[in-house]
Design a protein around this ligand. Structure first.
Ligand SMILES: NC(=O)c1ccc[n+]([C@@H]2O[C@H](COP(=O)([O-])OP(=O)(O)OC[C@H]3O[C@@H](n4cnc5c(N)ncnc54)[C@H](OP(=O)(O)O)[C@@H]3O)[C@@H](O)[C@H]2O)c1
Length: 247
């Protein structure tokens, strides 16, 4: 006999599942909050256990797993956590390494520093996607990578980070094409976050938009599921309106 508890458990298991990296601060934290508030079950990760705990204390539907994305053991733990949730509808590569600050010219970035940036911003997202592809393809999931205008512009000082974001864009859209899932590389625009402050040390960044203001654009993208591609967050609603009216 099906009990009330069984029915609740079954409904709970049908709720969509997202994995968002870098969910302890900035854009990742804001996205996790909105996903959880709109019925998603969300798995998130960052290195600082304390910040993760503070960011999501008592928040229903959020599973926070502390660890470093450069560790293959941690990637395996994340994959196991997804398996435990039974499905994956959205994978967001949001965590990112800016590289050395103040931002040096590319020729002055040491190889070890370059390795770090590429490992967090490119190698880990590809490896994590590879582990989770069986879920993403089965569940018709969305692969979303947070990019930057530095991926397509050539700002002095932003070479290591910019090259990593260009590679992340390429990898994301290739993985999407190879596996028949929706894939998006999204430039969120400037945001008032810790990373942005690190890029502009000592500058007043209070005029930059909040990460919370970017989340509705990401949510439109996730629910609207336009064609795979590279998008600027600020333009997402307009492009979705075109797609919806063309149906
Ligand atoms: N802010 C902007 O103006 C701007 C502009 C364009 C693009 N973006 C992009 O937007 C995204 C979000 O950036 P944000 O500004 O919100 O940054 P943020 O506030 O600095 O957040 C970065 C997150 O990534 C986590 N993280 C970093 N390295 C990690 C690692 N090795 N393993 C696991 N987690 C790691 C951080 O936590 P721990 O440090 O505890 O690990 C934190 O949760 C990034 O992809 C960034 O490149 C930002």
């Amino acid at each position: 006999m099906t009990t009330q508890h069984d029915r609740q458990l079954s409904l709970h298991r049908q709720a969509p599942v997202a994995l968002v990296t870098g969910g302890s601060t900035g854009l990742g934290r804001a996205l996790v909050h909105v996903l959880a508030a709109t019925g998603w079950r969300v798995i998130t990760t960052a290195r600082s256990r304390a910040e993760l705990g503070t960011a999501h204390a008592d928040r229903t539907g959020v599973t926070a797993v502390a660890g470093d994305l450069r560790s293959t053991d941690h990637l395996a733990v994340l994959s196991d956590t997804v398996r435990g949730h039974g499905r994956l509808d959205l994978l967001v590569h949001n965590a990112s390494d800016l590289g050395p600050t103040p931002l040096p010219p590319l020729a002055d970035v040491r190889p070890a520093q370059l390795h770090d940036v590429l490992e967090v911003n490119v190698v880990a997202p590809i490896a994590l996607t590879a582990l989770l592809l069986p879920f993403l393809t089965r569940d018709d999931g969305v692969l979303l990578s947070i990019s930057s205008d530095a991926a397509v512009e050539h700002y002095p000082g932003w070479g290591a980070y910019g090259a990593s974001k260009a590679a992340l864009d390429h990898a994301t859209l290739t993985l999407a094409a190879e596996n028949g899932v929706r894939g998006y590389a999204v430039d969120p625009g400037d945001m008032r976050t810790r990373m942005h402050q690190a890029a502009f040390p000592g500058e007043d960044i209070s005029d930059r938009p909040t990460p919370e203001s970017v989340v509705p654009h990401l949510m439109s993208l996730i629910s609207g599921r336009p064609a795979s591609g590279r998008y600027r967050a600020a333009e997402i609603d307009a492009s979705l309106l075109v797609e919806v009216s063309a149906r």
